[in-house]
Design a protein around this ligand. Structure first.
Ligand code: HEM
Length: 543
């Protein structure tokens, strides 16, 4: 009989059937050949040597030997869930993204993570949490790859290997920072004081969330939204949990870390199984797109700065509900590939130098982590929009492409209708077009703008906005963490950083360490905050 024709997927009839997972009447090998026995190797007699001839033995063990893929270089430990995003429609006024239109419902997949621990590390450690959302929109995939802290340690991606090397386990002992001596992290953040704001959030209760369900999420960078007429605004993305923001106490986090290291993973899974679906509102702070790209004196291209919500309230765009757990952890949670450059028409990037580096890094790392350039074909990563690309071949190519001309222009496979003529006009309406943002006339430089120089006014604002109990927790956290540092110079330098945030914070942490509080150096004095910022927060310490 003639061989069965290739199916629509080009992968043969087997690929269109149900997934091959313990559901057949009999066991087969990978080639579909039935197996009578998967428990015993083929031997030359019951007590004789095992025969190399045994293909099933070799296939079973070889496949097992290759079951693991590299874990993510950061954010290795995570948990995820499926859900839906329902748009309220308010976003349609500022962006032409179809999924923000009134009533639009878009499937999503969300992965929460810690940053520094390995795949098997504990959930309740003090760390930043990742909050990455994949929107499977009709116009292509949009990934919002954010964290639960609204600022970042660095503002130039060239520093990312430095901050991660400083924060990962010590190279000699491979002991995670939270458990033992961790001079390297504190060495780095005290020398690289733009990290102060993020570090202060980490030392607050935000660094030990009670549950993924009670975390806020932030896109951090400023993005540019483009409406149907081409008008633009600048926005910062926010996820607001319906359950409110809740943290653990340090003692709770320590105890749970010992008794139930999977606490956050279990909590998310159990809540969804029980039908208590977690929900978040997606919102934006909207700022005018001025040539300066600043707002109330805040440089919007600096990812170590927030825009206080008192100055730009978060406006709700829609509701996300997570309602289904993954079917298979490896297939979905491990293989999902987020990328801040996965954008849809109506959402564009800005010139934030940290974001620029991210646009390179994720695709690059995923080529290694997911074994080649074709991971967009892995089911969890597949767009729900039709794909018609000219990407060909490579490791793990799953498609059987037809046609002879994966190039443009061509005269053999229908030419190139997309880019010319009346059809081209219509198709461009739904195309992603980079906003023609003017590029400032300048010269090649490596330095950052002077507007990025203020490292302390926003940490001070954060500290001043804390309640006494929250301030106590921050003091205790610094006392505990710096108490683990073995280098006196590292401790002392960190105290000098704290002195630039608040005298009492510095004095109390110094007391906890049994050290004298350093004298404030006027040369280290605070940069003046913007007039608008100086109105915010209790006890604003700048006269
Ligand atoms: C992974 C957020 C900065 C490189 C992740 C993940 C999140 C995240 C949430 C986990 C994604 C997942 O669940 O699979 C952020 C945020 C940043 C930031 C909010 C700053 C605002 C950077 C920078 C770089 C970088 C500056 C490099 C220049 C990576 C890499 C991964 C990753 C290589 C692993 C990706 C993978 O293996 O799929 N990041 N990140 N990140 N990030 Fe970032």
């Amino acid at each position: 009989a003639a061989p069965a024709p290739l199916s629509a997927t080009g992968r043969g009839p087997q690929a269109d059937g149900p997934p091959r997972a313990q559901d057949g009447a009999y066991l087969t090998n990978a080639q579909g050949t039935r197996l009578p026995d998967s428990d015993h190797s083929l031997k030359a007699g019951p007590r004789g040597p095992v025969l190399l001839q045994d293909h099933h033995l070799r296939e079973k063990i070889t496949h097992f030997d290759h079951e693991r893929i590299p874990e993510r270089v950061v954010h290795a430990r995570g948990a995820a869930a499926h859900g839906v995003f329902e748009s309220y429609g308010a976003g349609a006024r500022i962006s032409r993204a179809g999924f923000l239109a009134a009533g639009a419902k878009t499937p999503v997949f969300v992965r929460f993570s810690t940053v520094l621990g390995s795949r098997g590390s504990a959930d309740t450690v003090r760390d930043t949490r990742g909050f990455a959302t994949k929107f499977y929109t009709d116009e292509g995939v949009f990934d919002l790859v954010g964290n639960n802290i609204p600022v970042f340690f660095i503002r130039d991606a060239i520093k990312f290997p430095d901050v991660v090397h400083a924060a990962k386990p010590h190279p000699d002992r491979e002991i995670p920072q939270a458990q033992s001596a961790h001079d390297t992290f504190w060495d780095f953040v005290s020398l690289h004081t733009e990290a102060t704001h993020h570090t202060l959030w980490n030392m607050s209760d935000r660094g030990i969330p009670r549950s993924y369900r009670t975390m806020e999420g932030f896109g951090i960078h400023t993005f540019r939204l483009v409406d149907a007429e081409g008008a633009t605004c600048l926005v910062k993305w926010h996820w607001k949990p319906k359950l409110g923001v809740h943290s653990l106490t340090w003692d709770e986090a320590q105890l749970i870390g010992g008794t139930d290291p999977d606490y956050h993973r279990r909590d998310l899974y159990d809540a969804i199984e029980a039908g208590a679906y977690p929900q978040w509102e997606l919102g934006v702070q909207v700022m005018p797109d001025t040539p300066e790209q600043t707002f109330e004196g805040i440089d919007l291209l600096d990812p170590t700065k927030i825009v206080p919500e008192e100055l730009a309230p978060v406006q709700a765009l829609g509701l996300m509900t997570l309602h289904a757990n993954p079917t298979n952890f490896f297939a979905e949670v491990e293989q999902v590939a987020f990328h801040p450059g996965h954008l849809v028409p109506g959402i564009d990037v800005t010139d934030d130098p940290l974001l620029a580096g991210r646009l390179f890094s994720y695709l690059d790392t995923q080529i290694t982590r997911l074994g080649g350039p074709n991971f967009a074909q892995i089911p969890i990563n597949r767009t729900h929009a039709p794909v018609n690309d000219m990407l060909r071949d490579g490791f793990h190519q799953d498609a059987v492409h037809t046609g002879v001309a994966p190039y443009k222009p061509n005269s053999l496979d229908g030419g190139c209708p997309f880019f010319a003529g009346a059809d081209g006009q219509a198709l461009a309406e739904h195309a992603f077009v980079e906003h023609p943002q003017p590029v400032p006339e300048s010269r090649k430089v490596r330095e950052l703008p002077a507007s990025f120089d203020d490292h302390f006014s926003q940490p001070r604002l954060f500290w001043a906005s804390m309640t006494p109990v929250e301030q106590e927790h921050i003091i205790n956290a610094y006392g505990f963490e710096l108490g683990k540092c073995t280098e006196p110079a590292v401790r002392e330098r960190n105290l000098r950083v704290l002195a630039r945030i608040d005298g009492r914070l510095c004095a109390e942490v110094a007391a906890a360490l049994g050290l004298p509080a350093p004298e404030g150096d006027p040369a280290d004095g605070p940069a003046e905050p913007s007039p608008a910022l100086s109105q915010l927060g209790r006890d604003w310490p700048v006269a």
